[in-house]
Design a protein around this ligand. Structure first.
Ligand SMILES: Cc1cc2nc3c(=O)[nH]c(=O)nc-3n(C[C@H](O)[C@H](O)[C@H](O)COP(=O)(O)OP(=O)(O)OC[C@H]3O[C@@H](n4cnc5c(N)ncnc54)[C@H](O)[C@@H]3O)c2cc1C
Length: 431
């Protein structure tokens, strides 16, 4: 195949497909290359898809996309060994148009999304690995695939090859990521009848719930766990940064077993049947890890550009929006006949002007702070649980006295100054 394309997109995940769809819809000649047997076959996600960013690409997608449940409740758990402090929000408005977000299964969703790109005019080839970018005179001019005679050419190559982005590394856009810049997450899909899910999570037909779990879910290490409802299955997973995992000598599958057998979690899973076991990395370096995203004839989108807001578990939406922004810059570049770095830097400008980089910038110190000061997960989560237990146990002690005792036990354990310092540091990291 020696045909030259306007655009070659490497990777049919949310970022690559959003870019391919937008380019094809605007009349560009697009090739989308996926190494998996089909889009989504290798992809892993906890499962929350945000409405807003996909709607900007495919209006009213919820009328046709393979979605599981609209999420009407988001819960947050501070988990101790045998207790949990919980808070969250449930709103029926999220169960109807225009919706807030949905749970999805990636194998189904990615196939549907890629089909939309193909319908818009993109050519999709599966089971094809891009081994390297072809560079001539400092400009990316195509890709080398693992197919016989597998060199393919384009005006622009889009690197949407996910968190490891070997191609980005080959081009010198980023180095090997440090263990504190990536989290390893393992998850399981557990089949459970619809009625059981609805009863256990207090849901009606076509309503979903997400639970983010901190504290004992990661044995007090930096990281989170999640439990999400699909139509007839649950997604449960847990992850920590590679550095925390190594430091605490944790094995990811042991963490997942620990979570599944925790007395606060186990009742939700009872009677379920394991359908799938998956593991994947998540880029968590944030703002400071975002690499160069545009070069001569090349742009980098989604996880390959480290665009994940781990605090708000937003990744797929950032992937799609970055793919769309990159496509818009490529369309403009085609109109101008200029595929240089300075032309494609329009994508970088749009990215840095958007919620994506603004949000990553807001939390730029968070991961580092919480990793360096493990007391937030180790000490304060158990303290919150003990305080709640004490406060809500009716034992004849006046409430004001209880408040005093709780404050005394916290400051006795940590010291008043230390507690104030910790509070200030946490506030600074997320303000
Ligand atoms: C356990 C887990 C839970 C998550 N939960 C959420 C969540 O609830 N909500 C959310 O918004 N985000 C979540 N995320 C993050 C989200 O999954 C990612 O941010 C998103 O998938 C990034 O999309 P992408 O297209 O950039 O990369 P990917 O989805 O990783 O897609 C990359 C694609 O490129 C292909 N590819 C890679 N290399 C090559 C190559 N050389 N040649 C050809 N093809 C190649 C891959 O097969 C893959 O299809 C989660 C991630 C994980 C791991």
């Amino acid at each position: 195949m020696s045909e030259k394309f306007d655009v070659i997109v490497v990777g049919a995940g949310p970022a690559g497909t959003a870019c391919a769809y937008t380019c094809a819809k605007n009349g560009l000649n697009v090739l989308l290359i996926e190494r998996g047997e089909y889009p989504g076959s290798k992809n892993v996600m906890g499962g929350v898809l945000y409405r807003k960013q996909l709607e900007e690409i495919i209006p009213e997608f919820w009328k046709e996309a393979p979605l599981e449940r609209p999420v009407i409740e988001q819960r947050f758990w501070m988990l101790d060994k045998e207790s949990v402090v919980q808070f969250g929000y449930k709103g029926l408005e999220w169960g109807q148009e225009p919706y807030n977000n949905f749970t999805i299964l990636r194998a189904q969703f990615d196939q549907w999304f890629a089909k939309k790109a193909v319908e818009a005019g993109a050519l999709l080839i599966n089971e094809t690995v891009v081994k390297e970018c072809l560079v001539e005179d400092g400009k990316v001019v195509g890709v080398r695939t693992d197919r016989p005679d597998g060199d393919l050419f384009a005006d622009v190559v889009v690197l949407a090859d996910g968190v490891n982005s070997l191609l980005g590394k080959q081009l010198g856009f980023h180095k090997e990521f440090r263990p504190d810049e990536v989290a390893l997450t393992v998850m399981e899909v557990i089949n459970l009848p619809k009625d059981k899910i609805n009863d256990r999570f207090n849901l009606s037909e076509n309503q979903g719930c997400t639970i983010e779990i901190f504290g004992d879910s990661t044995k007090g290490n930096l990281g989170t766990a999640f439990l999400y409802t699909n139509k007839e299955s649950l997604n449960i997973g847990v992850g920590t940064t590679l550095s925390s995992m190594t430091k605490a000598k944790l094995r990811p599958y042991d963490l997942l077993d620990h979570l599944k057998t925790h007395p606060m979690v186990k009742p939700y899973l009872e009677g379920g049947e394991s359908a799938e076991y998956l593991a994947h990395l998540i880029p968590e370096g944030g703002y400071r890890s975002v690499p160069k995203v545009a070069g001569n004839g090349v742009v980098v989108v989604g996880d390959a550009a480290q665009l994940v807001n781990a605090i708000h578990r937003e990744g797929s939406n950032m992937a799609m929006s970055s793919g769309k922004m990159a496509a818009e810059a490529i369309i403009q570049a085609k109109n101008d006949g200029d595929y240089s770095e300075s032309s494609l830097n329009r994508y970088r400008e749009a990215l840095y002007d958007s919620f994506i980089i603004k949000d990553l910038e807001k939390y730029k110190d968070a991961a580092h702070t919480f990793e360096k000061h493990p007391q937030y997960f180790n000490d304060y989560v158990p303290m919150m649980n003990q305080a709640a237990s004490k406060f809500f146990t009716v034992d004849g002690t006046p409430k004001r006295e209880k408040q005093k005792q709780i404050m005394q036990s916290i400051t006795k354990e940590k010291g008043r100054i230390k507690v104030l310092q910790d509070l200030y540091r946490a506030w600074k990291a997320v303000k």
